[in-house]
Write a protein that binds this ligand. Structure first.
Ligand code: ADP
Ligand code: MG
Length: 312
């Protein structure tokens, strides 16, 4: 009755047989499409669509809920960036960054879906307008975003799309950065990444040098953090959103808000207004994040400390 299993036989037959080659069968990172039961759509951006699924291999409703991100259309150029997004998320491990769980591949091995942990409260954009979030909780979220971003920068990645819509809420006391679709690696010794494509860009979150020269750096993420902080303090209310406010700042002569018009505004040192009831120290932080000179902006390390001090 004690017959050796097929795997044991293989191992005995070939001493050099690598067990890692058999791993995909039991790899916890491989999710099988047939066990994924769709529950509802969580959100959609330019390239991706995120859906809530129940991963239920036992097929009895006891499975776990996971967030599954898929590309909307799989054209070659986008597919490259997609594989990178998965690789980057896989390499990150921090309490303020959404956790990678695995992949779901179609027959033929092409990666199609990214499986990550499901954060039940959605992004700050869904969460904040509905709750009466006080200043202490806003500042706690701000500090957590800085902690996650500091970790990302230590790994030499620039996020390039930091905004309330890309910060996910686990519970009333914990937020995590998600969406690494535009994240780029900055090689040691270099200080910025220059974009070549001119696709859809979240211009109202962009630093002035990103708009003018397409230069993305650790400091341009700081600018976007300033805009994200503004969104948190205005509870992501649509009528006070960055696009809405910049529109109000527009000159009478300008009929339509364009990147050119925005650059003109920023060059005249016009900035988003300070949200009501924003403490003086926080106002100062926002102003520093939006300094026209990237070198004058703080780092996520110093910001984390600053929020710690303010919150005490
Ligand atoms: P895109 O790259 O298309 O912008 P995102 O990764 O930002 O895609 O996801 C789009 C939206 O889906 C988010 O703004 C958020 O509302 C929702 N979402 C994304 N990931 C999760 C998750 N892990 N848990 C819950 N909701 C999520
Ligand atoms: Mg997004």
């Amino acid at each position: 009755e004690n017959r050796p299993s097929f795997l044991t036989i293989l191992l005995f037959a070939d001493p050099d047989f690598s067990t890692s080659e058999t791993l995909p069968i039991i790899d916890p990172n491989v999710f099988h499409k047939r066990h994924l039961k769709m529950m509802r759509v969580l959100g959609e951006g330019h390239f991706g669509k995120v859906t809530l699924y129940l991963y239920d291999p036992a097929n009895d409703g006891t499975g776990e809920r996971v967030a599954v991100k898929a590309l909307k259309q799989e054209s070659g150029h986008v597919l490259d960036g997609w594989i990178k997004e998965i690789e980057i998320l896989k390499s990150l491990d921090h309490s303020n960054i959404v956790k990678y769980k695995g992949c779901c591949t179609e027959l033929g091995g092409q990666v199609v879906q990214l499986i990550m942990e499901y954060l039940p409260l959605g992004s700050l954009r869904e969460y904040l307008p509905k709750r009466k979030v006080g200043l202490p909780q806003c500042l706690m979220f701000a500090q957590q975003i800085c902690q996650g971003m500091d970790y990302l920068h230590t790994k030499r990645y620039v996020h390039r799309d930091l905004a309330a819509r890309n910060v996910l809420v686990e519970n009333d006391g914990l937020v995590k950065i998600g969406d690494f679709g535009l994240t780029k690696y900055i090689p040691e010794g270099e200080i910025y990444y220059r974009v070549r494509e001119d696709g859809d860009s979240p211009v109202f979150w962009y630093a002035i040098e990103c708009l003018k020269e397409g230069k993305f750096s650790f400091s341009s993420d700081i600018w976007s953090f300033g805009v994200t902080l503004y969104e948190v303090l205005t509870h992501c209310e649509p009528r006070r959103s960055p696009p809405a406010k910049y529109n109000e700042l527009m000159d009478v002569g300008d009929v339509q808000m364009t990147a050119m018009v925005l650059i003109k505004l920023l060059e005249r040192n016009r900035r988003l207004p300070c949200p009501n009831e924003c403490p003086h120290e926080v106002k100062t932080i926002m102003e520093q994040c939006w300094s026209g000179d990237p070198a004058k902006r703080p780092t996520f390390e110093s910001l984390t400390k600053a929020f710690q001090d303010i919150r005490q």
